[in-house]
Design a protein around this ligand. Structure first.
Ligand code: FAD
Length: 383
């Protein structure tokens, strides 16, 4: 275990908050710098994917951080996929034999707020409105910029941990020092979020305990429940071809697409045009790096190290597993460089495998879950 037990985390998102808690619990002094303002004061401005599927892998990390009970208060159980066929029929394909094998839908903003509270209560020091903008690795000085006034603040560090997401500023700074073997593969598909509000009686409009899928071959919609009885719908379309985000360009085009292909979903989304035009179009890509650390001075984890397409619902779960692995290595190794190297050796092959599964699951979700042969095979597996 290193003598000096101070560490600087970049990003107070999902991984940053969990890692901060795990390290403080192990006796580390932790400072966390976050580009955005405090979501507990000014509301969550995350800007993407309103809710996330939380699986057992992620819950294991949350239990270790003492956060599982608090998070589960905001979670909605999803027993399986509810497939919506073109002709309006539906079919629930369970994930397991009973409710011990389920996944959970959690609101990203609520989850982040709960995790920040726990990290702060544990003793982590959180600094908001501090975006990492430059790093001098020789002098071990990090520069943070306050997005509100552009003022810069310099901070000395022993090691930086990049939990700053897919567009990681720490990764960009590290890449100026060494070849990370970085490559990004675009999926050629993007997404748009829409909302199903509660029903007139205040309850859920459709079955709450399921992940709803409208598979349509080259494209699809999904919907996950939120605990305030709404659903977040995500429309995935290719970037080119017909239909695609090149042909479905405004609210009117989106309505025509839904009338044709997602007819049973259309009446559930009263603000389809507004949502489609107001919400940004998210791009989907897989980020591969061959190296995740710069000796003992910096290391990346979560999306900063291995962003993936969301079709296996495992990006956050994998990021939480990274947090446990890194905290354990920092405890077990005599110095930071060997802890970071052991962390990379442990987690990089796992991340690659999950990235591949996420890509394969897109084909399965949009193409195969309404395939009769496939349904028969699954029925036999579960018979
Ligand atoms: P983030 O959550 O992106 O957090 C990064 C933090 O760093 C943010 O708070 C950001 O403001 C901050 N930051 C950024 N730059 C700086 C800077 N320069 N200085 C300081 N701070 C900075 N995963 C699942 O497990 N289940 C799902 O169902 C799921 N669904 C998804 C659906 C979609 C549409 C998408 C796009 C992703 C989905 N994911 C899902 C993946 C999941 O969102 C990510 O894997 C997860 O958010 C990664 O956590 P993170 O902490 O590494 O990064």
């Amino acid at each position: 275990m290193p003598d000096n037990r101070h560490i600087t985390l970049i990003g107070a998102g999902l991984a940053g908050a969990v890692l901060a808690t795990l390290l403080v619990q192990r006796g580390w002094q932790v400072d966390v710098y976050e580009k955005r303002g405090d979501p507990r004061v000014q509301g969550y401005g995350g800007g993407r994917s309103i809710n996330l599927a939380l699986a057992e892998r992620g819950r294991h990390a949350l239990r270790l951080a003492g956060a599982d009970d608090a998070v589960m208060q905001h979670a909605v159980m999803m027993r399986g996929r509810m497939v919506h066929f073109l002709d309006g029929r539906t079919d629930l394909q369970r994930y397991g034999r009973d409710d011990s094998e389920v996944i959970w839908s959690v609101h990203r903003g609520e989850l982040n707020v709960v995790l920040l509270d726990i990290a702060e209560r544990a003793g982590a020091r959180l600094h908001f409105d501090r975006g990492l903008s430059a790093v001098d690795f020789d002098a071990r000085i990090a520069t943070f910029t306050d997005p509100r006034d552009g003022n810069t603040h310099q901070v000395a560090f022993e090691s930086l941990v990049g939990a700053d997401g897919a567009g990681s500023a720490l990764r960009a700074a590290m890449a100026k020092q060494m070849d990370l073997g970085e490559r990004t593969e675009s999926l050629g598909h993007s997404y748009k979020e829409l909302e199903i509000p509660p029903a007139r009686d205040g309850g859920f409009s459709i079955e709450p305990n399921a992940l709803h899928i409208w598979p349509r071959g080259r494209y699809m919609c999904i919907a996950l429940p939120n605990d305030e009885r709404t659903f977040t719908v995500t429309l995935f379309l290719p970037n080119e071809g017909d239909p695609s985000f090149a042909t479905v360009r405004d609210g009117g085009d989106a309505r025509a697409l839904f009338e044709r292909d997602f007819a049973d979903a259309l009446p559930l989304i009263p603000d389809l045009e507004r949502d489609f035009e107001r919400n940004p179009t998210g791009v989907l890509a897989t980020l591969y790096l061959d190296r995740w650390h710069l000796d003992g001075r910096a290391v990346l984890l979560g999306d900063a190290a291995h962003a993936m397409v969301p079709f296996h619902g495992q990006g956050m779960n994998c990021a939480f597993e990274d947090c446990v692995a890194l905290a354990e290595q920092l405890d077990a190794r005599p110095d930071r460089a060997s802890a970071f190297a052991a962390f990379q050796a442990d987690r990089l092959p796992n991340a690659r495998a999950i990235q591949q599964m996420a890509l394969e699951n897109y084909l399965e979700m949009r193409d195969r879950v309404d395939d009769d042969d496939y349904l028969l095979q699954r029925a036999l597996e579960h018979a």
